[in-house]
Design a protein around this ligand. Structure first.
Ligand SMILES: [Zn+2]
Length: 181
């Protein structure tokens, strides 16, 4: 991890950060490949921009409509992504081919699956499992993503984030759920 990576990781909820560091160690040990964080904490504004790709918003009805399925990058509307709460992270592989697009498909699948296995070992939810839930669309596969809700409902996290203490309030809720305060 270089200093830029460590700055990104410092925006994560501390327990979640420890878990993703263990994920990176596992992958390195098993595959020899180094992973690095591409995105950790994400603002509502950025989520809105990402959610808007491939969709249009009607301000009268407040309804989003899909106009180009191939452009969709997230299924989480603003507020509904774990990235807002410091408990989600996206990783890629260090080097010239961060998403392994140039590798034979089996090799690339095996590497992402090793990352997924490391996430499971650390008690994290892996984005690569999402198209296993009966949905076969490749756009639902989010191999780089991992997250952990700690059993807290996203609406609770959102309410805390919108309180005066913001992210600190969110992390306090998570601490309480884990029984450490
Ligand atoms: Zn993500």
């Amino acid at each position: 991890m270089n200093s830029e990576d460590l700055i990104k990781l410092s925006h994560l909820y501390p327990d979640f950060k420890d878990r993703v560091l263990a994920v990176v160690d596992w992958v390195k040990e098993r595959t020899g490949r180094e992973m690095f964080p591409t995105e950790t904490l994400r603002s509502m504004t950025r989520q809105r921009a990402l959610y808007g790709r491939g969709r249009v918003f009607d301000p009268r009805t407040h309804v989003w409509t899909v106009i180009d399925r191939s452009k969709i990058v997230t299924n989480a509307p603003p507020g509904m992504s774990m990235h807002h709460y410091g408990v989600a992270c996206d990783f890629a592989f260090r080097g010239g081919d961060p998403y392994l697009a140039g590798l034979p498909s089996l090799q690339s699948k095996t590497l992402w699956a090793e990352y997924g296995r490391a996430c499971h070992v650390q008690g994290l939810r892996w984005g690569g499992d999402w198209n296993g839930n009966g949905r076969q669309d490749a756009h639902d596969f989010d191999g780089p993503h991992c997250e952990k809700s700690y059993g807290v409902k996203i609406q609770t996290l959102l309410d805390s984030l919108q309180s005066p203490k913001g992210i600190k309030a969110v992390w306090r809720v998570l601490d309480r759920e884990r029984g450490i305060v």
